[in-house]
Design a protein around this ligand. Structure first.
Ligand code: N01
Length: 540
């Protein structure tokens, strides 16, 4: 039995009516449960996995690591918790984050209200009772006044529809659903499809083990060296001496994390000075490379400066000129999420690694491997690092029906519509933690999650003494919010490329920009809404 499953103690299945149901036991669901309990509510968490952790439970692939620094990618709601936990590396790897979340679950005695191995299939609002009825995949239902979706933003794995895939006899894996027992690639011919953040992390690790690794690349990504390193105990102690100071400082930064943002145009500086700035950031490592200038996502000309710098780096790091050329991204810098890597480009200098361009599509999977442009690539194992149906996928996997039985899928047929990414008009008492049109993926997720959990808990606490039992957004507020979020995106270069931020990676998904850009302004807006007695929400 794995360490994780040994630590899981199942909540009992006898109590079926609750004050609140929470779907998911990752960062969001765990903290939500803790807050609901502190309001004196009876809450139940349903979790599809066999342990806590959400994203960090499922993405157990070798090389999985956070791209926000450990000291910031953690809860701040409990001072003792943030003082006692010791991170070992600048960027925590998946096992360490999963251990942290297990520690949180134990420390706050959360497991007794979590039902594991339980996928929620449907959630229906029963208007006469004013309750949500949740149907479980393995049978049974539960009801509650509040239904809180803590299902994650990158949790619905996407495996492309490749003809013949069912005929491939070897092991087929997705990075977002990785076996906890691990995978031994020794002596295997492995194919990895996808070169986004997950592919870029898993490729160097598989290359170290496999007999041969073939990387199938549709779009080359921009990746910056992570320069991960052990965390210096003295530096960690210095942060802990004033942890709240750090939290306060970063809460005012555009992504809610230390980003070393410079308010300088890439076009205003002399070429030598801007090269020096980018070189320093490249050497330091991390996503703050993208914050070297203030206009990379506003002006194509400025964007070109960073793009050219990274392309020159690729040229210098990859020995074979033709491979280097194929690894050079052609799209705008940062328009798709920038990746962080450890030895990604150097991996292509290994004799057991080859790169195949699949920009024209993968023709078919066969009994031997993959066929691309008429050529067969023999494989024993196929790894999909092909991403997720982001932001809306996990919500729409549950058959959610609001007032009058309206399916959420129908409400969102033309694209997601929410108010503040927290609620959907017509779906009373349903909350979405880091839902579409909130900052979510444009931030350090943990403070974003905490802010949403606290908003939801405060809203319920506001309702209780007033005898209010129902809350949902008014349509005008939702419409204005959707327009506002789309307007911000349209004023940047983000809206101009085929990223998962606007659903472009999923065939047939409506193209709507799914995140609010700018964390501090969003938080300020939420505060104003609360100060005006939850402006834009209707209570009954
Ligand atoms: O997924 P992705 P991901 N044939 O969608 C390719 C977070 N994250 O799991 O770009 C061939 O970015 C696709 O090609 P294209 C982070 O927010 C964070 O890597 O669509 N290829 C692309 O190369 C990240 O952005 C961390 O042309 C196909 C890749 O698969 C998000 O999760 C680590 C294809 C998918 O890239 C998602 O990252 C990991 C097809 N049919 C993830 N379909 C860290 O914190 C798709 N692709 C560091």
């Amino acid at each position: 039995m794995s360490e994780i499953s040994q630590r899981v103690t199942q909540a009992s299945d006898t109590e079926l009516d609750y004050d609140a149901i929470v779907v998911g036991a990752g960062f969001a669901g765990l903290y939500m449960l803790h807050r609901l309990r502190s309001l004196g509510l009876r809450a139940r968490v349903f979790e599809a996995g066999s342990g806590v952790g959400g994203t960090w439970f499922w993405n157990a692939y070798p090389g999985a690591r956070c791209d926000i620094e450990s000291m910031e990618y953690s809860y701040q709601f409990d001072e003792a918790l943030q003082q006692e936990w010791v991170w070992s590396e600048r960027y925590a790897a998946q096992p360490e984050i999963l251990s942290y979340l297990n520690h949180v679950a134990d420390r706050f005695d959360l497991r007794r209200d979590i039902q594991f191995d339980t996928r929620v299939q449907a959630a229906t609002y029963e208007e006469a009772q004013g309750r949500w009825r949740v149907r479980l995949e393995k049978g049974g239902t539960a009801t509650a006044r509040y239904c809180i979706m803590a299902t994650g933003v990158l949790s619905s794995a996407n495996i492309p529809a490749i003809p013949g895939l069912a005929d491939f006899p070897g092991q087929v894996l997705h990075t977002g659903n990785w076996p906890h027992a691990g995978v031994d690639f020794t002596g295997k011919r492995v194919g990895v499809v996808g070169t986004g953040s997950s592919g870029i992390q898993v490729i160097p690790e598989i290359a170290k083990q496999a007999a041969h690794l073939t990387v199938f690349q549709r779009t080359a990504s921009y990746t910056i060296p992570a320069r991960n390193a052990p965390l210096d105990p003295a530096a960690q102690a210095a942060v802990k001496a004033d942890y709240q100071g750090l939290r306060q400082r970063v809460s005012l930064m555009p992504i809610g994390a230390e980003f070393y943002h410079r308010d300088v145009s890439a076009l205003a500086e002399a070429p030598a000075a801007r090269e020096a700035e980018m070189e320093a950031r490249w050497r330091k490592g991390g996503t703050s490379f993208g914050a070297a200038f203030n206009d990379l996502m506003l002006s194509k000309e400025a964007n070109q400066v960073a793009a050219d710098f990274v392309r020159a780096k690729i040229r210098s790091l990859v020995a074979d000129a033709a491979t280097a050329e194929r690894l050079m991204p052609k799209q705008l810098f940062g328009c798709k999420r920038i990746c962080l890597d450890t030895d990604y480009y150097a991996t292509f200098n290994r004799p057991n690694v080859s790169l195949v361009d699949v920009s024209g599509g993968i023709e078919a999977a066969t009994a031997q491997g993959l066929r691309v442009a008429g050529r067969d690539y023999a494989l024993d194992t196929l790894v999909f690092a092909t991403g997720f149906d982001a932001m809306t996928g996990a919500l729409l996997k549950v058959d959610i029906r609001g007032v009058g039985g309206l399916p959420l899928s129908q409400k969102w047929a033309e694209g997601a519509r929410t108010y503040l990414g927290l609620q959907v008009q017509g779906f009373p008492n349903l909350f979405t933690i880091t839902g579409p049109q909130s900052p979510s993926v444009f931030t350090n997720m943990v403070p974003s999650i905490e802010q949403h959990v606290e908003f939801i808990a405060d809203c319920i606490a506001y309702m209780q003494p007033r005898g209010l039992t129902r809350v949902e957004p008014v349509k005008a507020a939702e419409d204005a919010w959707v327009e506002h979020v789309g307007g911000i995106a349209a004023s940047t270069l983000y809206a101009s490329c085929n990223s998962w931020y606007l659903g472009a990676n999923i065939p047939g998904k409506p193209r709507v920009f799914l995140a609010h850009i700018g964390f501090p302004t969003y938080v300020q807006r939420c505060r104003e809404v609360v100060a005006k007695d939850y402006e834009g929400f209707a209570f009954a």
